[in-house]
Ligand binder design. Structure first.
Ligand code: NI
Length: 224
């Protein structure tokens, strides 16, 4: 009898230990798993669309990544199908002026004419009102009436991709400087930038980053 009691006691102890173990594991999963908010980062592409934009859109779709595009009117006119695809894929389409003008270097009337011409063009393609603008050279004047209702989006990670045409160097720059809330400035008119963006996405997704459009970033980002 004594031996049996000992067996029952040991078996009970084993069951209890097992249950504690399972509970502990579940707590562990909850703490280190999905409940922790991911770090968010936004890739932005200026001056396009170009002949490389389709490749970029394909790569973003494969990786389930949404980005923000600041188009130029002069490039948008001949690539309306690419813009339709952009819109269909759920990216944000913003204004980078029709002619890449510096808004503070021309009279207000001319500046607004340029901005509105592109707003109209994008609306005609997507059926949606433009809500975001990135003024060329990051320079604008808040008295411009056409900016009312538009959100100005600047950046805090400058890849200098227009001068560095090495996909490896650009990708490394993005990965090295990425933080929660980063807005990365790129140009989809260079193939090196398109390749670098996709390389950086692969690396940063592995590090737990989530790629979002600029409207999904927090308050600390350079959005005004
Ligand atoms: Ni530009």
């Amino acid at each position: 009898m004594k031996g049996n009691k000992k067996k029952i006691f040991l078996l009970s102890a084993l069951v209890i230990l097992l249950m504690i173990g399972i509970t502990w594991k579940n707590i562990g999963v909850n703490v280190s798993g999905d409940d922790i908010p991911k770090k968010k980062i936004a890739l932005t592409f200026d001056d396009g669309p170009s002949k490389y934009t389709e490749k970029l859109l394909d790569g973003l779709r494969e990786r389930n990544v949404k980005a923000t595009f600041f188009l130029l009117g002069v490039n948008a006119e001949s690539r309306k199908d690419v813009i339709e695809q952009m819109h269909e894929d759920g990216h944000i389409i913003g204004n980078h002026t029709y002619n890449h003008i510096q808004l503070t270097k021309v009279i207000d009337e001319k500046a607004c004419e340029d901005v509105e011409k592109l707003n109209d063009l994008i609306f005609n393609i997507t059926g949606e009102k433009v809500e975001y603008i990135r003024p060329p050279y990051g320079s604008w004047n808040s008295r411009l009436t056409c900016l009312e209702g538009l959100t100005v989006v600047l950046w805090n990670v400058d890849t200098l991709d227009w001068s560095i045409h090495s996909k490896n160097k650009i990708a490394r720059h993005i990965v090295k400087n990425a933080e929660d809330g980063s807005i990365v400035l790129l140009h989809d008119i260079y193939e090196s930038s398109v390749d670098a963006a996709l390389m950086a996405i692969d690396e940063l997704q592995e590090q737990g980053y989530e790629f979002v459009t600029v409207d999904e970033l927090g308050q600390t980002s350079p959005i005004q």
